[in-house]
Ligand binder design. Structure first.
Ligand code: 2AM
Ligand code: CA
Length: 268
């Protein structure tokens, strides 16, 4: 498999960031934590990992632009790197071992390359448009599950400002719990999407995400033969409300959730 130079750089950057994250785990108590808002924590590690990723990419491509969780938008270019240096910060802060580094490269509005890296398991999920999705150099595909009955579904619970949608969300959760084999809430949307791509879960849904949570995962799933859309099954523009899954379970989930999606959540 010929790996594109841009993907190689993203992989290197993700591994470097992963090393910073893992090294810091033996001093979680002493981490400098600031709160971006109610229930939204950012640590010096998120920031150090993001600096490492942007610095590494810039060394090779000084003119590219960035959209990163901690820095926001940097520069203007046809090529934009969309970065979550540590997806699942709440898990990380508690020492709960489920978080990831997420890096996507978008060129002229189209996702071209994606990396999601789990630094604890050292699993690296990669995709380049038209070249398939891989986990540690093995090709991955979404699951072959055909019906909601028997499916394993991942989700994210609403938090912070999205708690205003809690009643609608709980109605969706009830339906999914009633019709599937089980629901998981691992806590890192980027890794959840990578697991959809690898067929470890059959589908995923969440409301109120950000582009850096979903960009890499979206390309992984598309290249693994799956679908990504809004809660009503419309095309997905990154960030916001998402359903992703194997084609069959994606369609079944869109249909199952439809009666419970309020007007305010119908857009992406
Ligand atoms: P983050 O850690 O990069 O912010 C899961 O619901 C997704 O929401 C995660 O990808 C997580 O990404 C984000 N998130 C942000 N704040 C959260 C919170 N307080 N609780 C749970 N998830 C949160
Ligand atoms: Ca983050």
């Amino acid at each position: 498999m010929a790996v594109h130079a841009l993907l190689n750089i993203a992989v290197r950057a993700a591994r470097n960031a992963g090393e910073i994250i893992v090294r810091s785990m033996n001093r979680l108590e002493s981490l400098q934590i600031t709160s971006k808002g109610r229930n939204d924590f950012v640590t010096e590690i998120d920031q150090a990992a993001e600096r490492e990723i942007i610095g590494h990419i810039r060394k090779h491509y000084p003119n590219h632009a960035f959209l990163a969780e901690e820095s926001g938008q940097i520069g203007e270019s046809e090529t934009v790197w969309i970065i979550d240096p540590l997806d699942g910060t709440t898990n990380f802060l508690h020492g709960f071992p489920q978080f990831a580094v997420s890096i996507a490269c978008r060129h002229r509005g189209q996702l071209e390359h994606a990396v999601v890296y789990d630094p604890l398991r050292q699993e690296i999920f990669t995709a380049s448009r038209g070249a398939g999705a891989h986990l540690d150099n093995h090709r991955i595909r979404v699951s072959k599950q055909r019906a909601l009955e028997g499916a394993l579904i991942a989700t994210g619970f609403p938090y912070r400002s999205n708690l205003r949608y809690l009643d609608a969300y709980l109605a969706m959760l009830r339906t999914v719990m009633e019709h599937t084999a089980g629901v998981r809430r691992p806590g890192s949307a980027a890794l959840d999407l990578a697991y959809v791509a690898a067929g470890r879960v059959d589908a995923f849904w969440e409301i109120g995400l950000k582009p850096w949570d979903t960009a890499a995962g979206t390309l992984l799933i598309q290249e693994a033969g799956g679908h990504v859309g809004t809660l009503t099954g419309a095309p997905y523009a990154q960030g916001g409300n998402i359903i992703a899954g194997s084609p069959k379970i994606y369609a079944a989930l869109v249909e199952a959730l439809a009666p419970h999606v309020p007007e305010s959540l119908r857009e992406g």
